[in-house]
Design a binder for this molecule. Structure first.
Ligand code: NAP
Length: 296
């Protein structure tokens, strides 16, 4: 099933929420066949990772020329929508400039590295929902704008790449997920918006599909792939689903309505899964979420 290769897979941002989970998953599943390496920036816990500042051209160049990864998964960046909104330069510096740097270096040295970039549902305007991977983005926030700029840089580049758009990744250490699970387990009521819709994505599904994408890279023609859960839910509906899974706990999930004129939250950023995910997904959304709750 697995190719017998000694290729190098580098996860840049392997100390983050997505990157750490993917690093552990790839090491456990294909670690005997591929060399899995990862980087961190400021968190000092993972002593098996290399330190790398993705905003520093020289550092990135040295890293790429030293390790010459066959695949590079760019999971570093910021998802702090509020901070990005307050400071466009901060958002650009961490979400766009590094992609420019990676492209420049890969092109300069003609490295054959295949780059997988984690993008976001925020590239869309959030007005209608159910966005397909062929729909044209229209970001409304600095976060979405700087991630979309990176997508456009990749699409115009000469390097090998895929863009993975994912959304509201759910699993242990996810802020919203942990806040809900802790509330439910400790019988603390939770007020959750019932007029914000999204495509929550179990982290296990994201890991499985990213692995599949790596293994089948050559066979997949699409440049943009939506790896998200198959359900469009309101945040309130997601909280109810979680509380039903965590049985025996009496907790009130209170529906709340948000006033969109006073927030940067967008009404409906739900995405339609790409065909690649539809055919490869191993179990249902509810089953994945059950696993995340058990792992919590
Ligand atoms: N989480 C989601 O639901 C979600 C949904 C859609 C898309 N995404 C995208 O996925 C990416 C990762 O998200 P996440 O949730 O894993 O975020 P996260 O937990 O905040 O992790 C961010 C990662 O980026 C690294 N980093 C920050 N500044 C850096 C720098 N200057 N140089 C090198 N590395 C740097 C961090 O390293 P240190 O911790 O060591 O400083 C960390 O490993 C983001 O780009 C986001 O746009 C996430």
């Amino acid at each position: 099933m697995i190719k017998q290769k000694n290729e190098v897979i580098s996860i840049v941002g392997a100390s983050g929420f997505l990157g750490k989970s993917l690093f552990n998953y790839l090491t456990a599943t294909i670690g005997n066949y591929y060399e899995i390496i990862g980087t961190f920036f400021s968190s000092n816990n993972p002593n098996t990772l290399y330190q790398l500042d993705i905003t520093n051209f020289e550092e990135v160049e040295k890293y790429l020329l030293t390790y010459k990864p066959d695949y590079l998964i760019l999971a570093a960046g910021t998802k702090n929508v509020q901070l990005c909104e307050e400071d466009y330069d901060y958002a650009y510096n961490i979400n766009t400039r590094p992609v420019k740097i990676f492209i420049q270096i890969l092109e300069k040295h003609q490295l054959p590295t295949k780059l997988l970039f984690f993008s976001t549902d925020y590239v869309f305007d959030g007005k209608k929902g159910f966005y397909k991977d062929t729909d044209t983005p229209n970001p409304q926030t600095n976060y979405g704008k700087t991630k979309y700029l990176s997508e456009k840089l990749l699409l115009r580049s000469k390097i090998e790449f895929k863009i993975i758009r994912t959304a509201a990744v759910m699993g242990k250490y996810g802020r919203f997920f942990d806040w809900l699970v802790d509330g439910i387990k400790n019988s603390e009521d939770r007020a959750v918006f019932n007029n914000i819709f999204f495509s929550p994505t179990p982290i296990e599904l994201l890991n499985e599909m990213t692995l599949k994408l790596l293994l089948d890279y050559e066979k997949i023609e699409s440049k943009i792939i939506h790896i998200v859960g198959e359900k469009k839910l309101s945040r309130y509906e997601f909280a109810l689903l979680l509380s039903n899974i965590i049985e025996g706990k009496k907790v009130k999930i209170i529906p709340e309505t948000i006033d969109f004129s006073k927030t940067i939250f967008q009404k409906d950023l739900s995405l339609v899964q790409s065909g690649f995910v539809k055919v490869n997904q191993l179990k249902s959304f509810e089953e994945y979420i059950k696993t995340e709750v058990i792992n919590d």
